[in-house]
Design a protein around this ligand. Sequence first.
Ligand SMILES: O=C(O)C(=O)Cc1ccccc1
Length: 358
Amino acid sequence: MASSAPPPKFPNYLPSSTKKRSEFADLPSIAPAGRSRRPSTVVIAGINGHPQINGSGALRVAFQGAPGAYSEFAAKTACPACATVPCRAFADAIAAVERGRADRVILPVESTMEGTALRNYDLLLRHDLRIVQEINLFVHYCLLAMPGVRPAELRRVISHPMALAHCGRALAQLGLRREPVEDTAGAVEMLLSNHLLDTAAIASPRAAVLYGLDVLAHGLQDESWNVTRFLLLSRTTPGPPQKPDGGGAGLKTSLVIAHRGSSMIALLKVLSSFSKRNINLTKLEVINSSNEGEAPVMILDVRGRGSLRAFPHVLYVDFEGSMEDSQVKEAIDEISSFSVFVRILGCYAADPSIYDLQ
Ligand SMILES: O=C(O)C(=O)Cc1ccccc1
């Protein structure tokens, strides 16, 4: 598919003021479960075929949000026969995998409009999980409201912070007050269970159908090219990564590299280790927390004593190839010789497509 994404910016999209549903002071409390129209099962057609756990049960994929969230669609795209496990927060979704209540967890990690979701990378680094697959989805946003509500009656809009950020221009034109909540489908559920007639939600057209809400506007995102990259994580490595075409190409590896001293010198050395072996980088992000007095990046040392270690300078690198390639092995050995810490976050099939979520 087309690949002319605009250059990513790199803010952390989650504002610290993100509200939990329980903190929504001016909203009536959420209706008891019996009154909620949250569907008990969600059936979504999958798009591509991937290995499944069969027999005793479907692969269970934890995601943050209510049924109908974009992350759930990403999970179903990656594993069409999976059973999805809704979780309130990302940390809960990760805990579900760590405690064996789910087999995989799916996280949105970057978008063409907002850049890297650093918070989600932080979560990935703090836990002993491996990336087993990536999924790219086009994300289309709709403005949803309770049946019969007219646009002029709306005063505010609630949604996931990334959705609010992606639709900034349209929302400014509509003059709606923005309030972040945990996920897009959760926002829809909140409208419904609290019968909010002055509030709209930004969510997918699927969520509108699932919950029976009206779609007041389609394609609310400021940029028509709005792709979100999700990572599927597992506690264990489920065997060698499957190449997407069954051939030799299409594997990717993700690394986090920490170093002391100048991050520029380390960056140049890392780039040289890859370039002299003709290894293609697909992502490179420098986190330098020492200058602005920010908290250091905490990384779980999965090889050592399993303890969290703090680093002021970190590089995230994704590149084409896997640990099966001798050139890749050599590059990682060289990088390890001048870095204080290197962790392989996963070798996995690169997603050759961008799936369309309508
Ligand atoms: O809130 C959701 O539905 C999510 O799955 C998180 C999200 C929000 C916006 C774009 C992609 C993922």
